[in-house]
Ligand binder design. Sequence first.
Ligand code: HEM
Length: 459
Amino acid sequence: MSTTDESRRQSPLDDVARWLDDRLRLAEGTQRYWRKAFPAHWSFLIGEVALFSLVVLLFTGTFLAFFYVPDTRLVVYDGPYVPLQGQEISAAFDSTLRLSFEVRGGLVMRQIHHWAALVFVAAITVHMLRVFFTGAFRRPRELNWVVGVILLLLAFGAGFTGYSLPDDLLSGTGLRIGYSVLLGIPFVGPLIGFIALGGEYPGTDVLGRLHILHVMLLPAGLIGLVGAHLAILVRQKHTQKPSKKATNTNVVGEPLFPNQTLTSLALFAFTIAVLAMLGGLFEINPVWLYGPYEPFQVFAPAQPDWYMGWLEGLLRLWPNWEFTILGLTIPSTLLPGVILPGLIFTVVGAWPWIDARWITKDHEEHHLLQRPRDVPVRTGIGVGGFVFLLSIFIAGGNDVLASNTATGLQTISAILRVGTIVVPLLIGWIAYRIAKGLKENEAAAARATRSEPASGAQQ
Ligand code: HEM
């Protein structure tokens, strides 16, 4: 094809583009951004997996919202699922059964939506670990770290409210636990509980309120904050791995268009394919097996979705300590259910400032990533913290462990209580030692290289 523009036949699209550009001056901006360099590394794609999972959640969720009925009113089930036929169930549970057995594509949409939620939170978690262990939260990205932490909280909220909508026995049990923790907050707990449920538990308005949270308020928060997150990213440019070319003042990478755009589109297609495969092949949340929620029923083992497991584990491991302060009874759920998770999120949210002030004592601007060995203390604390969360996550399945190991539940819980303290401290310390050792070895090797006389001099 000859390169001269005049000879190229003008397509109608050219006219449209020229019309738009004459009025919106698009070319100036796009030219500047299309050529923007984007550092290329596989770990920088994890945030995008979270982004694309969110897109899949929004689309499949919209489909489900067309059929789901957020109503606790009782109806008699007359659908195709024989074991529940003739049984009085809530309209919400009934609509979920209809989605699963009668709406064309309903079950696969439900499954893709649920798998996308699990992958979404997993991608956020791995993305956050990537940012943490490479120091990508350091100045000027403290704000984007905080935005990220709020995004994680919103993702938890979206997961918990969505998980509770089918009104089945498993999610109802989770809601009951959530409500009990809420009731345990002195002074305001019962009031918030009453307002949230529109009356005494289980209340008749709870599903309607969870529904508004799940399909409107939380998605709006997520979309708004992801927008802010990416805008800050574009404004601040992405960090990059140190290399011969990469410095703290330049960006070495692929142009946003076409390279990065095609990579992201391929990743988007891959994410959709994986979620569709999971939704099509692997059964998840078969609510018809759990049955409708009845406040006087519960079954074991009962586990929430993985990202709520650590909260469940804290509640299960915490001893039944109830104490009274100034005549006020502090129920045993307050510390494990509210204060400890609050403390963990506060420390995580404030981490960029803790790190700069007490660990690295470095308030400079950084656009080059670090390696875990570069800051052994941060690595030790990070690994220890992660192992702590993992161990209380395991504790969230203490009943499963007990029944699978034929060991008493109390014995398992006692072992886990000790384990969740000792193991994270030990593994955190080992990670610190390994990082420190790698760093010292590298420094010694560098010193040795520097002190080696240039090979020419010897001769
Ligand atoms: C809905 C959740 C989230 C989405 C969709 C998201 C998306 C992204 C994307 C696409 C990037 C650029 C590519 C990359 O580095 O991976 C990014 C960068 C970043 N994210 Fe997130 N993220 C989310 C949650 C979080 C969380 C929970 C944190 C931390 C607590 C966080 C902190 C950051 C930081 C500091 C950057 C800049 C990284 C750098 O320049 O190296 N993000 N995010």
